[in-house]
Ligand binder design. Structure first.
Ligand code: ADP
Ligand code: MG
Length: 681
């Protein structure tokens, strides 16, 4: 009896050697081979060069116009060049390492050539050459990713053989209702179209199906895991005191925005529930996440628990500690700051107070997750700028308590796409409005040679009593990168504004107490200009600062520029951001343009994702980025959304867990280990 799980060597033509090569591509069973989809298609339809884009692949027919010339490099490498007349075009065609073509290409001979069109050089970089007129059996051929000595041609043959012998065994795995609802082809014919395409439309139809299939399976897995985890986690039910909470909220110097109220409610509901909260709070810079965190921490305190707030930098830790202390200590809560510069007796005191329960809230950096930091009754863990912390660090902090509720905050709004894919297993709360009265930060893009004008603009703002940041990318001169030196810029500005304004200097290499001092001076308006590296990127809050100048802005990512810009516009005055940049690439220019066009962090992060692609969005460190074979998270976003909703409905329905129709989906969950309690972060 044949089965799709048969080893690959059951297929005609595949011996031991080939099977070993296949294994390197993770193809072990017949099913693996049938599901090994092409990554692109060769389009053998004849094209008119006039309509072909630069770098596009083409097939053309023409006449050899001059005898080919072959150049050799080294022993094995060669390049053959031949002039070919195509209609009224006379172009060059080159072939690498195919010197034997020379004898076949006679003047006036008709040839059909396939390759990449280089419009600038009027050359086709040929890959295939057929002597004779155009005649194509298949206009459209699949191209597989293979490693030598496997070839695409052999791959096509093996897959053909596999279809002949096993094609009839391919089973449908999607419920009929979705196939008919979305007009998707059945699995067997769709696979056939992917491998033996008749036309571009044919492939497109089949691809739609596999995009949906991939997304649906992925979403089912994420959501099933979340459901199981929720049901199994013995979180704590925090019985906070609503009256005290309301008192705190009404003591605030402002009233909460409706978005803030909404997310506070979402968080409180989670905290009260017996499940462990696992929630992401996202909101643009300045949207007021800190006060939301404060309210949640206070709720936990009123229920008799301790809280922890972890942030990525010391500066931010100090600022949060100061503002939370001011806000929460009058309400009876004891706070402390713990960073790596707090040592000796002071540190020991904090640790013992924490352990004995004399402290209610600990705020700090990575210092919080050291081994000797022990809580008495940890109820709520919050991390700010969560993408800065690795999965491991978040886990360690969480394990300082017994299933504490966890809230991640981020000011880098997660593009919708990623929010529902990468963070599919978390609940997401979004603050989607800024407090009333905020003015849009006017953003300008200037060339470095306009520095004079920028200095006089700064001067005008300083005369009004405002302050300014000037950000430089690096601390030290590096000729190679040709970046502005933060020290140079500092001395230039000190000189320029001498006798009128004081210029502070901040960078990562300053000792902690000096950083502290510099920051305090700037906060107190004892210095009016702060020259800094990106250490001020996150969280820093000096409302009197209205000007942000960023040197070499093209060197920063969009999300980072948006963060930096968010340091101004925190008070009631009009603020400005000036990007000094001479970008050399189109991508760089595009980024500057986007910054001048929008102040909306969500738009910025969507664009950032488009320009950089999902893999780079969080930097390489961020693992857990799903990889899809066919689907593309950005371009197929609509399908992802649809699949997410369908998965949610399925998971919530009773029939999904018992009806025959859904068995293939359940089997998939089984195979991927969902029921064996695989752990999510
Ligand atoms: P972020 O979300 O970037 O962390 P913050 O929490 O630092 O923003 O808040 C930015 C500023 O807005 C702070 O000075 C804070 O006091 C203020 N703020 C927060 N919520 C409100 C509100 N509802 N109305 C007015 N100001 C607010
Ligand atoms: Mg913040």
């Amino acid at each position: 009896m044949k089965a799709l799980t048969d080893p690959i060597s059951s297929i005609k033509g595949i011996g031991e050697e080939t099977a070993a090569l296949m294994q390197e591509l993770k193809i072990e069973t017949v099913q693996d081979l049938l599901e090994y989809l092409p990554y692109r298609y060769e389009d053998y339809r004849l094209k008119d060069l006039e309509t072909v884009e630069h770098e596009e692949r083409v097939t053309v027919e023409g006449k050899v116009h001059s005898l080919p010339v072959v150049n050799y490099f080294g022993k094995k490498k060669s390049r053959l060049t031949v002039k070919v007349l195509i209609g009224r075009y006379l172009i060059s065609v080159t072939f690498f390492n195919q010197p034997y073509l020379k004898s076949k290409l006679q003047i006036n001979e008709t040839v059909t050539v396939t390759g990449k069109w280089d419009r600038n050089r009027q050359t086709i970089n040929g890959t295939e050459c057929h002597v004779g007129a155009y005649q194509s059996e298949n206009e459209y051929e699949p191209v597989y990713s293979v490693k030598a000595p496997l070839t695409v041609k052999r791959m096509r043959r093996y897959i053909g053989n596999a279809f002949n012998d096993y094609g009839h065994l391919i089973e449908e795995n999607l419920p009929e209702q979705f196939l008919s609802l979305y007009k998707l082809p059945d699995r067997a014919p769709a696979l056939r179209s992917m491998h033996f395409p008749v036309s571009a439309q044919d492939v497109k139809r089949a691809r739609r199906r596999f995009v949906y299939e991939e997304f649906l399976f992925f979403q089912l897995k994420m959501q099933a895991l979340r459901k199981i985890q929720r049901e199994q986690s013995k979180g704590m039910s925090q019985k906070y005191q609503l009256n005290k909470l309301n008192e705190l909220i009404s003591s605030l110097p402002f009233s909460l925005t409706s978005a803030q109220k909404m997310v506070v409610n979402e968080i409180l509901t989670d905290m009260k529930s017996p499940y462990r909260m696992n929630r992401l709070l996202q909101g643009d810079v300045g949207s007021g996440k800190t006060v939301v965190a404060a309210i949640a921490l206070f709720a936990s305190f009123s229920a008799g628990y301790q809280g922890a707030l972890m942030v990525p930098t010391e500066i931010l830790a100090e600022q949060h500690a100061a503002s939370l202390k001011e806000l929460l200590e009058p309400a009876g809560l004891k706070t402390a700051l713990l960073t790596s510069s707090i040592k000796g007796k002071k540190r020991r005191e904090i640790l013992s107070d924490l352990k004995e329960g004399r402290l209610d809230l600990l705020i700090g950096t990575h210092a919080l997750i050291q081994d000797d930091v022990n809580f008495n009754q940890l109820g709520l863990v919050i991390t700010d700028e969560q993408h800065r912390f690795g999965v491991e660090q978040r886990r360690v902090l969480r394990e300082k308590g017994e299933n504490p509720d966890v809230l991640f905050m981020t000011a880098t709004p997660i593009p919708r796409t990623l929010a529902i894919s990468v963070f599919g297993e978390m609940d997401v709360s979004t603050i989607n409005e800024l407090p009333a009265g905020r003015k849009t930060i006017e953003t300008y893009w200037a060339k470095h040679q306009m520095l004079e004008r920028i200095l006089s603009f700064m001067e005008k703002e300083l005369q009004k009593g405002r302050q300014a940041y000037v950000i430089c990318p690096l601390i030290e001169e590096s000729e190679k990168l040709d970046l502005e030196n933060v020290l140079d810029v500092h001395s230039m500005l000190t000189h320029h504004f001498a006798g009128r304004y004081r210029v502070g200097l901040m960078h990562g290499r300053l000792p902690a107490d000096e950083k502290d001092e510099v920051m305090k001076q700037f906060s107190a308006n004892e210095s009016q200009i702060l020259v800094s590296t990106t250490v001020v990127e996150v969280g820093v809050n000096v409302p009197n600062a209205t000007v942000m100048v960023i040197y070499d802005a093209e060197r920063f990512g969009l999300a980072q520029l948006h963060q930096l810009r968010g340091r101004v516009g925190r008070g009631s005055e009009q603020s400005y951001c000036i990007l000094l940049a001479d970008p050399k690439t189109e991508n760089g220019k595009e980024r500057m343009k986007i910054m001048t066009e929008t102040n909306d962090g969500f738009v910025v992060s969507e664009k950032d994702l488009e320009l950089r692609g999902p893999g780079d969005f969080f930097g390489r460190k961020q693992s857990g980025m799903p990889e899809f074979k066919v689907a593309d998270m950005v371009h197929d976003y609509r399908a992802l959304e649809v699949a997410r909703d369908d998965a949610a409905k399925l998971i919530a329905s009773e029939s999904f867990w018992k009806d025959e129709e859904y068995r293939p989906l359940r089997n998939y969950l089984e195979r991927t280990g969902v029921f064996s309690g695989e752990k999510l972060d």
